[in-house]
Design a protein around this ligand. Structure first.
Ligand SMILES: Cc1cc2nc3c(=O)[nH]c(=O)nc-3n(C[C@H](O)[C@H](O)[C@H](O)COP(=O)(O)O)c2cc1C
Length: 180
């Protein structure tokens, strides 16, 4: 079965995951804008994109394509700056954020995975720089109230980081039957 990988990315993390995913399924990653041609004869279509204020960029466009082509299989790689699931950031929070864009009622069987990307302030568009400066101020308020998570989050974003890691895709590759 032929597969397609489409992506939305601003600073490169989702594009990196899209390239890895494309290698796994044997195709070339294409920007989401090209979904009609890239996915025309694909049986599996993987959408890779990033969290922007708890919603997944481009998800409406991808969902429109899903609705037009119910015969295909789909999967999503959701990329964010939030650490991978751990004690301070339980998996339920990633699930909750994902479900804001892909509610369980409408997408009960959609395979997906959360992958931590990076944070590169200098590569952001002007509006996102403003949004992040406001968010940093908000985090400083939380830190003043003694909130440990916010301190870790703010330190990471101020410094910038790249935590893209191919192994984060493994749970999805297993779900799709591409392992073992
Ligand atoms: C305005 C803005 C809002 C963001 N909101 C979230 C968020 O709600 N959750 C999260 O985990 N990451 C959030 N991020 C971080 C990005 O998802 C992260 O940096 C991702 O790696 C960017 O992907 P890209 O490099 O493909 O553009 C946000 C980033 C920006 C600029």
């Amino acid at each position: 079965m032929k597969s397609a990988v489409v992506y939305r990315s601003q600073t490169g993390s989702a594009k990196t995951y899209a390239s890895w995913m494309a290698e796994e399924v044997g195709c070339r990653p294409e920007p989401l804008e090209n979904i009609e041609s890239a996915a025309a004869d694909a049986g599996l279509v993987v959408f890779v994109s990033w969290f922007h204020a708890a919603s997944i960029k481009g998800s409406k466009r991808f969902q429109a394509f899903m609705a037009e082509h119910p015969e295909k299989r789909y999967a999503v790689v959701a990329v964010g700056a939030t650490p991978m699931p751990c004690d301070l950031w339980p998996a339920s929070e990633h699930e909750e954020a994902f479900r804001r864009s892909f509610p369980a009622e409408s997408y009960p069987d959609l395979p997906w995975v959360y992958c931590r990307g990076g944070f590169h302030f200098e590569r952001l568009g002007a509006l996102d720089k403003i949004a992040m400066r406001i968010y940093f101020k908000m985090l400083e308020g939380e830190i003043a109230r003694g909130n440990k998570r916010e301190q870790i989050a703010l330190d990471g974003m101020r410094e910038g980081f790249d935590d893209c890691n191919r192994s984060y895709l493994e749970p999805l590759l297993e779900q799709l039957g591409l392992r073992g």
